[in-house]
Design a binder for this molecule. Structure first.
Ligand code: NAD
Ligand code: TDX
Length: 331
């Protein structure tokens, strides 16, 4: 891997991946292809060596036929990624997540380029709180939200193109990421930036929903492991044994920020809200020797809180618009 395209490389995970690759594999040249939607910020990759930014849409077949040929791989992070937005307006999710993945598959097929598709554990639906099971690569797809159903559709396209046309594709399905540069609409940054602005955090429903948290650096190293050592045609689940209820996470945020643990509001629940996600990452550990290095959640959380405190100029311009969207959704 010497020359790769990173779609969505100005978003949260894509930009962390770009910075991680630049640090750990400085010989790799990266072209970031990003539409710069509300979620994309070129400042996220400013100053990173060996990176070129092409502003454009993954649905633009003509553009793909210019940038894809001759690459070692396309690493596909670009997506509409927020569940609440998908409930309020699903159309861009269909376009970017489904049609965009289709266009990339066609470009990779035509030009014989490897594709790594970055996906989510949400394609498996949810588990009950008391279910001992965790998701594995064999769990049947059962997505619940417009967002997760479009990600499930994109995974299916990748599998079909790999089997039918022999596209050299791999897929990773990761659990909930946290860390620096995450958009203020998402759970942890929303609560941290609320506290920083003197506003109360907002917890959906009873707050007992469980997410399986992983630091974004560990997701980056997992995607790299699949790119370098993954078997073409395979799917790898990525997680760091980080199951926690939203209530626990919120109380931890409040503790780290020196606030009383009950200083938050309960608000209307998300329609169709998935109860619990949990990943069994044995396959990527066993086959690729991947290990999470940032598995201490409370340490990573404290560092993330400090990052938002030190980077107000990065998140403040996006905060009012994000809260306006929530007001319209009344969450
Ligand atoms: P994000 O919303 O922060 O970033 C998405 C990026 O894609 C932005 O830079 C945006 O400008 C770009 N983009 C959107 N539409 C585009 C288009 N049509 N063409 C080109 N670029 C476009 O998302 P994220 O949280 O960084 O997620 C990245 C990927 O990882 C997504 O595919 C998501 O499904 C997956 N994922 C996310 C998580 C998580 O916890 N956030 C977990 C597992 C998987
Ligand atoms: O204000 C909030 N209050 C709240 O209680 C917000 C924004 C969220 N929540 C809850 C909903 C979820 O149970 O917190 C949990 C996490 O919410 P999000 O950050 O919106 O993440 P989630 O819906 O779990 O999806 C995330 O992980 C999987 C990413 O956004 C997806 O892109 C990824 O695929």
């Amino acid at each position: 891997m010497k020359n790769i395209i990173v779609t969505g490389g100005c978003g949260f995970i894509g930009s962390n991946f770009v910075r991680w690759v630049a640090e750990h594999h400085p010989q790799v040249r990266m072209t970031v292809l990003d539409k710069l939607t509300y979620a994309g910020n070129p400042a996220n990759i400013e100053g990173v060596p060996n990176v070129e930014l092409v502003v454009g849409d993954v649905c633009d077949a003509a553009l793909l036929s210019e940038v894809v040929p001759g690459r070692d791989a396309v690493v596909h992070f670009a997506a509409e990624s927020h569940n609440d937005n998908s409930i309020a307006g699903p159309e861009p999710f269909l376009r970017t997540n489904v049609e965009g993945t289709y266009r990339l598959l066609e470009a990779c097929r035509e030009h014989g380029v490897r594709l790594h598709h970055v996906s989510t554990d949400e394609v498996y639906g949810d588990l009950a709180l008391d279910d001992p099971a965790r998701f594995t690569e064999e769990t049947p797809y059962r997505p619940s939200s417009p967002y997760s159903s479009t990600k499930a559709a994109s995974d299916m396209l990748v599998r079909a193109w790999a089997r039918t046309y022999g596209v050299a594709a791999t897929i990773s399905n990761c659990s909930n990421n946290y860390g620096p540069y995450q958009h203020v609409e998402k759970f942890i940054p929303r609560q941290v930036t609320n506290v920083l602005r003197g506003e109360r955090p907002k917890l959906y429903g009873d707050g007992l929903n469980v997410r399986d948290w992983i630091h974004v650096e560990d997701h980056s190293s997992a995607v790299w492991a699949v790119l370098e050592r993954g078997r073409v045609g395979e799917t790898y689940l990525v997680g760091a044994d980080g199951e926690r209820s939203n209530l626990d996470v919120l109380r931890a945020v409040l503790r780290v920020m020196g606030e009383p643990e009950d200083a938050f509001d309960r608000v209307r629940d998300r329609p169709g809200h998935d109860r619990r996600y949990a990943i069994d990452a044995s396959k990527i550990r066993r086959e690729l020797g991947w290990r999470p290095r940032r598995a201490d959640f409370l340490e990573g959380l404290a560092e993330t809180v400090a990052w938002y405190g030190a980077n107000r100029a990065w998140w403040e311009p996006a905060k009012d618009a994000a809260e306006e969207r929530y007001r319209a959704q009344r969450r």
